[in-house]
Design a protein around this ligand. Structure first.
Ligand code: N01
Length: 488
């Protein structure tokens, strides 16, 4: 039997991407798929990031599948536990659980050219074969640990923000947090009232805008449940509001200055002390790094038990941190809110394509794909949230749904034409990436005067999409056959 009559499909990961793909496959009548999940429950980043205060920074009604609106969101910006519940609900409602293999980390993938099949190594070495592979491993799933001298010598409790230890009580402890990105700015307000003393180590101040979070009361929830059209309208309004932030990334536009003015006004209102305010004032263009939304971060820094440390960390000692000015701060707990390996080492595990091509090598310094989804030399393999598909301004679920639609169209093209393999042409991929590079060069991510997780050490932006989500949706609505080699 030809693979294309009933393609066996391996989906890796059960976050928004993996689950969204599985649902759409099922709806299309393609149910011979298996989801491989490394952990013992679904959820991806919303399972892993369970730190106090973890929540979305895109409004809940937009940060959900378009086909599965959720009138039960209790806040404008959903907290982590509610998003995880939503994903569990989708898993059950669409009957995905029998398709999931838990505790099954994929270690490697190799394309068997003779059989036109992928061989995946799972867990301790088990091999499984699949005609098509779809990676939904996420771009922000591997914690980045800082290279600070002495870190390994620390004798207290140490963990990364994405590996929060719920059993470790912080009450009455002296705690240090390294980093002031999206994770830290959510953690600080929650733990500051519980700890004895909090030292927050900031290397670069973030731009912070008020989040304007609010409860969605029972009346509003009832309204959305009774009138789905109202919920749809609400989603549209949020969508266009967030899409309207796109000009922020094109630094020559005055709108960007307006956002900066708003953030500085929020800072001035929140922090009366001029010295502290100076430390918190960014010295690079807004949008160059992720813009943070928070109502309670600045107020938390005013607490008497919170110290913002801007002196560089020199070393971590057995019992604390030593800064460049020679000051030692003993701590019980050290939390690394130091982000993720996103721009480099993008390949989630070793992937060997045609002719022995090793993707993790090819991508080591410069990951690239076509529409962030397919890669020359790697047939029948699809990346969800692949290179240059992340956003600085709107909902990743929207981008994921665009990619899922594109992958589905690729699979349908294979089946309809009775093809065994589909592989993007090198020329199409090169053209696409050349244009991407030119566009990225004109954005604030290139010109804004900051370092960020968006870029590799050499300064190449391998993570962000430099256009609107509407453009991405339009370009991924269907496959252009001329861009692909299709083989029977
Ligand atoms: O990580 P980050 P994050 N010494 O990379 C500092 C998403 N997210 O986990 O700026 C000292 O942003 C580093 O300093 P600097 C969101 O897309 C979303 O906070 O490099 N400091 C920085 O301050 C986000 O952008 C939500 O100078 C060191 C911090 O650590 C992405 O995840 C919530 C250091 C790292 O910040 C990552 O956010 C959370 C060192 N050696 C995350 N190394 C939502 O709201 C690093 N730092 C949905």
């Amino acid at each position: 039997m030809k693979h294309t009559q009933k393609p066996s499909i391996a989906i890796i990961g059960t976050g928004f991407a993996g689950l969204g793909m599985a649902i759409r496959l099922k709806q299309a009548g393609l149910d011979s798929f298996t989801l491989y999940e490394q952990a013992e429950r679904i959820g991806g980043t919303w399972r892993d990031n369970s730190y106090p205060g973890a929540a979305c920074d895109v409004p809940s009604h937009l940060y959900s599948f378009s086909f599965e609106p959720n009138p039960r969101w209790t806040r404008h910006f959903a907290p982590q536990a509610e998003i995880l519940d939503y994903l569990e609900h989708c898993t059950d409602k669409y009957g995905l659980r029998p398709h999931i293999r838990f505790n099954s980390p994929v270690r490697s993938a190799r394309f068997d050219e003779d059989a036109s099949e992928w061989v995946l190594t799972i867990g301790e070495g088990e091999e499984v074969r699949a005609h098509l592979v779809i990676s939904g491993c996420g771009a922000l799933s591997r914690p980045s640990l800082p290279e600070i001298p002495g870190l390994a010598n620390f004798q207290g409790k140490l963990f990364h923000s994405a590996r929060w230890d719920p059993g470790h009580a912080l009450e009455g402890k002296t705690v240090a947090i390294i980093g002031t990105g999206a994770s830290a700015t959510q953690i600080v307000p929650r733990i500051a009232p519980r700890v004895k003393q909090l030292h927050l180590f900031q290397r670069t101040p973030p731009w912070v805008l008020p989040k304007e979070d609010r409860l969605l009361g029972p009346r509003e929830r009832k309204l959305y449940a009774a009138l789905p059209a109202m919920q749809w309208l609400h989603r549209q309004i949020i969508y266009w509001k967030y899409e309207g932030r796109l000009p922020l990334f094109f630094s020559r536009l005055p709108l960007a200055r307006l956002f900066e003015w708003r953030a500085l006004r929020w800072l001035a209102r929140s922090i009366p002390d001029a010295g502290l305010r100076a430390k918190l004032t960014p010295n690079y263009a807004m949008g160059c790094k992720r813009v943070l939304l928070s109502d309670d971060y600045y107020p938390a820094l005013l607490r008497p038990n919170v110290e913002l440390v801007t002196e560089p960390i020199q070393t971590v000692t057995r019992d604390g941190l030593l800064t460049a000015d020679g000051k030692a701060r003993p701590v019980d707990t050290l939390i690394l809110a130091t982000g993720f390996q996103a721009a480099e080492a993008v390949s989630p595990f070793p992937i060997q394509g045609r002719g022995g091509l090793r993707l993790e090598e090819a991508w080591r310094t410069s990951a690239e794909a076509y529409l962030g989804t397919t890669v020359a030399g790697v047939p029948n393999f699809f990346f969800l949230v692949g290179p240059n598909t992340l956003l600085g301004h709107s909902s990743m679920v929207f981008m994921i749904e665009s990619q899922v639609q594109y992958v589905l169209d690729c699979i349908q093209t294979l089946r309809r034409g009775g093809f065994e393999t589909l592989e993007v042409r090198e020329s199409a991929q090169a053209r696409f990436n050349q244009r991407l590079l030119e566009r990225l060069g004109r954005t604030v991510w290139s010109t804004g005067g900051c370092a960020s997780w968006y870029k590799t050490r050499t300064g190449k932006n391998t993570t962000l999409w430099p256009g609107s989500t509407v453009e991405f949706r339009w370009r991924t609505r269907q496959l252009e056959p001329g861009d692909y080699h299709l083989e029977k």
